[in-house]
Design a protein around this ligand. Structure first.
Ligand SMILES: [Zn+2]
Length: 304
């Protein structure tokens, strides 16, 4: 399977693929034997453990246009059927944009679309777990839905907390929507919010990207890791967090124009290992900190 081989070649352990052209409606038709061959190749692959699918970009479940909405639901059903057939670990979805109509106005139509897709898509083959739809957080431009955990929480609860709905956090979109996780304190606050609003068990993967734009600038502009406004230092607290560090991290970085390279995968691993260290507290370090706390002068001089 070319996608598994391409992933292995750059040292990845998870991959994300489009199962049809992402900017065209034309649905893909895979014979059952082709899907079975993928499942077999994935199961046998020595290094790639997860395949995620990304839904078609044209899908807009928040559209006020009935034709576009219907087309979107049909497309999502097809995407999910293929993802399930491949035994994918999740179908990542950009929900769409209400184009200014307001989030409240579109919640129920989105919930209906989710339920239709989850019920009408071909079931997973026997013995395989049903691939969830993973709602991806949005950067927040032009009425995009899913710009906050609060919105994502509302969508999931409008589906009665359906267990087949999950979450994919895109680090660049999160940054663009104004969430500053670049410190341990910031990350802890974020993880707490994910746990309370959505549940950490629903968080299945991260899109790990640096950002070409500033915090809160509401645009979707990915940069290579350590070449953007977040930087390795800003990403480390998030990817090193004990509840996050084991999750699949999917790079959607430009590389040198052709997507993620081996060096991008290596850079991502480096960020995780730096991040993990932020949460380990060696006994002697804890002792030093405690001693310093008793000496206000020392503590003060360390402040910047
Ligand atoms: Zn993404």
């Amino acid at each position: 399977m070319p996608s598994l081989e391409a992933g292995a070649e750059i040292g990845a352990t998870s991959i994300q693929i489009f199962t049809q052209s992402p900017r065209m409606w034309k649905p893909s038709q895979y014979a059952a034997s082709v899907l079975a061959a993928y499942r077999e190749a994935q199961a046998q692959h020595p290094s790639i453990t997860d395949t995620f699918c990304h839904a078609t970009y044209l899908i807009n479940l928040a559209s006020a246009d009935p034709d576009l909405y219907e087309k979107s639901v049909e497309c999502l059903i097809n995407n999910l059927s293929v993802a399930r057939g491949m035994a994918s670990s999740g179908l990542v979805l950009h929900v769409g944009s209400h184009k200014g109509a307001g989030f409240e106005d579109v919640v129920s139509q989105i919930a209906r679309a989710f339920e239709r897709a989850l019920d009408d898509a071909d079931p997973a083959p026997e013995g395989y777990v049903e691939c969830p739809i993973l709602i991806e957080n949005a950067a927040g431009a032009g009425g995009t839905v899913g710009r906050s955990l609060e919105e994502i929480e509302a969508l999931i609860s409008a589906c009665g907390g359906d267990e087949r709905l999950g979450l994919c956090i895109d680090t660049q979109h999160l940054w663009a929507s104004g969430v500053d996780y670049s410190s341990v304190a910031g990350t802890k606050k974020l993880v707490k919010e994910i746990a309370e609003r959505v549940g950490l068990d629903r968080l299945r993967c991260l899109h790990l990207n640096d950002s070409k734009i500033e915090l809160g600038a509401n645009r979707d502009r990915h940069a290579n890791i350590d070449e953007g406004t977040i930087g390795s230092k800003g990403l480390a607290p998030l990817v090193g967090h004990p509840k996050i560090r084991e999750l699949p991290l999917l790079l959607e970085v430009p590389g040198d124009g052709g997507g993620p390279r081996a060096s991008d995968v290596a850079q991502a691993r480096k960020v995780v290992s730096v991040g993990v260290k932020l949460y380990s507290k060696p006994a002697h370090a804890a002792g030093v900190k405690k001693a310093a706390a008793h000496e206000p002068a020392v503590k003060k001089s360390k402040k910047k």
